[in-house]
Design a protein around this ligand. Structure first.
Ligand SMILES: [Zn+2]
Length: 250
């Protein structure tokens, strides 16, 4: 092939690719390309060079599309997680709030004297797990120095403990009583100038379990020096008020 013709064709190829050369030049180039493998090869090389950047752009676009898609998916996952956490929190609060009293038979509680501190009495559970415990005190006796009180306690279960804490407690000590005199908060009357007028201390002398008002009361523990008095009160109450109180040793 004529080297000069090849040179002219190669010079014109960029115009040919862009489609801006004259009709005559185009025909001449095509005729030459049909016979000259070398120039044909040059044309193909030039065409791929022109196309490459475009392909790269397309690739970039696709990558950004994927990134955008992933970001969207990521946001959806986060939103779903937030909603689920919110729902779960709400549900668990609801499950913990709905409390119902546990019967004496189900809670399986006894009061046992502490081995290290003789004045401490531990409530030992072997029954159903409880969500909360409630207590109120009842006056047994009063003298110049002390208010002797009985604690009436009950425990509650919740949907939460009934579903997720079904395994019975095993010798679990959750709270204790002390027969030591406790300084009373509400038994102390303070004068306007801050001086104490009366400082009566409270001594816990008995502990009862009673699930709901009106249901049988169970005496869990009574201090030895108050056994006579407390038992007499139980007998009186059982007779007079018709309340059913079960003594500790029955
Ligand atoms: Zn050529």
């Amino acid at each position: 092939m004529d080297k000069l013709e090849c040179k002219i064709v190669k010079d014109l190829l960029p115009l040919y690719i862009d489609g801006v050369c004259s009709e005559e030049s185009r025909r001449m180039i095509e005729e030459h390309l049909a016979q000259c493998a070398d120039c044909e090869k040059t044309l193909r090389q030039m065409q791929t060079q022109v196309e490459k950047p475009q392909q790269q752009d397309e690739g970039k676009g696709a990558l950004q599309k994927i990134k955008r898609k992933l970001r969207k998916r990521y946001l959806i996952v986060i939103a779903a997680a937030v909603v689920l956490i919110g729902l779960w929190t709400g549900l668990s609060v609801f499950m913990q709030m709905a409390e119902t009293p546990i019967s004496y038979e189900d809670i399986k509680v006894s009061v046992v004297q502490d081995k290290k501190i003789p004045t401490q009495y531990n409530m030992v559970f072997n029954g159903q797990s409880y969500a909360g415990w409630y207590g109120e005190s009842e006056l047994v006796k009063e003298d110049d120095k002390y208010q002797y009180e009985a604690e009436i306690v009950h425990c509650t279960s919740s949907l939460w403990t009934r579903i997720f804490e079904r395994k019975p407690m095993k010798n679990e000590v959750s709270f204790s009583y002390s027969s030591d005199p406790q300084d009373s908060v509400y038994g102390t009357v303070t004068d306007v100038d801050g001086t104490k007028k009366s400082t009566k201390s409270i001594r816990t002398v008995a502990v009862y379990y009673q699930a709901t008002p009106g249901s049988p009361r169970y005496l869990l523990w009574v201090s030895d020096d108050f056994k006579k008095l407390v038992y007499q009160q139980i007998d009186d109450l059982n007779a007079v008020a018709g309340e059913k109180i079960i003594k500790a040793d029955q």
